[in-house]
Design a protein around this ligand. Structure first.
Ligand SMILES: Nc1nc2c(c(=O)[nH]1)N[C@H]1C(S)=C(S)[C@@H](COP(=O)(O)O)O[C@H]1N2
Ligand SMILES: [Mo]
Length: 297
């Protein structure tokens, strides 16, 4: 079913059924032989409503306001879509998206999502583990980083005609971060194909890092031996580092990162404490052993 801007919660799996199905899946996994990883890494927190997730967005290709992506991203052509894979990889090339991800299991995972601007959501993503794709592509011995680029198509992305950001939007991960099973290439949410404003047809989701690492509308994946340039680091290196791990103890120069505002929490929701690595500390802390996270922010 192609995403249409008129899609509502009623068109996709109702939340109650969705959660019950998850409980069933978790139960089945518990009965099966010890899974490689605990039942899918999903949080027990209640997902935000589809309405919240699709109407309060950051996607500067469509403007600076949180409502711009929902207003303008429907113009983006997401089919056909191809992704160029290059650099230190056994199988470089430009692949139609379906071919790129063919054979890789699509999973449902409910992740916490924390923006560097100190707001948060809980999102039921659908997607494939980035590690699976990298294994399929064949990472070569010298590769140390994975770089990603968003589509550059000013005719359909009006924000790309404005000065400020050097397009295309780009991001990157260290190879061990990219291989971590939590790192997801998301192709949908709430059981339906990805809405355009959330990064259709394929976007990264790295739930232990600030939201800006989770690059949308990916058209290029490059394996490299040097740390890639990243959009927010290029703009404001003293405010946005390459790592961008969620860390309540390291404040942004202009505001605290100790707490966050949960979108959709209602008028009296207030702020909640932000946990280290956005709650994924047990899973990812070992990636950074020996690093000073105040320096490697
Ligand atoms: N290409 C691209 N990817 C992007 C952005 C962007 O402006 N352009 N914004 C980032 C930021 S700052 C955040 S918080 C998340 C927002 O994702 P969401 O709109 O799905 O919540 O997307 C990230 N990925
Ligand atoms: Mo963000």
């Amino acid at each position: 079913m192609p995403y249409s801007p008129s899609l509502t919660r009623a068109d996709v799996t109702p939340k109650r059924l969705f959660l019950n199905r998850r409980a069933l899946i978790a139960g089945a996994a518990a009965l099966a032989a010890t899974p490689a990883f605990p039942a899918g890494f999903s949080t027990d927190e209640a997902p935000n409503a589809l309405e919240d997730i699709t109407s309060y967005n950051n996607y500067y290709e469509f403007g600076f306001d949180k409502t711009d992506p929902a207003a303008y991203a429907s113009k983006l052509t997401t089919d056909p879509w191809s992704v160029t894979v290059d650099g230190l990889v056994d199988n470089p090339g430009t692949y139609p998206l379906a071919e790129l991800i063919a054979g890789l299991p699509i999973e449902e995972r409910i992740y916490r999502f924390r923006c560097v601007e100190a707001w948060s959501m809980v999102v039921p993503w659908q997607g494939l583990q980035l590690s699976g794709l990298l294994e399929k592509l064949g990472v070569q011995a010298g590769a140390k980083y994975v770089a990603f680029e968003t589509l550059h198509r000013p005719e359909e992305m009006p924000g790309q005609s404005r000065p400020g950001i050097e397009w295309p939007y780009r991001e990157g991960l260290r190879l061990d971060e990219a291989m971590h099973p939590l790192a997801l290439l998301a192709t949908g949410l709430y059981g339906a194909p990805m809405p355009n404003q959330n990064g259709a047809p394929i976007r990264l989701v790295v739930p232990w890092k600030y939201g800006f690492k989770s690059i949308k509308a990916i058209v290029r994946i490059t394996l490299t031996d040097t740390q890639p340039q990243t959009t927010w680091n290029m703009l404001q290196p003293n405010e946005y580092g390459f790592y961008a791990n969620v860390n309540p103890k390291v404040d942004h120069p202009r505001w605290s990162q100790a707490s966050e505002r949960r979108i959709g929490g209602g008028l009296f929701a207030g702020r909640v404490d932000t946990p280290m690595f956005n709650g994924y500390e047990d899973h990812v802390a070992s990636l950074y052993t020996g690093q000073d996270l105040a320096k490697d922010y």
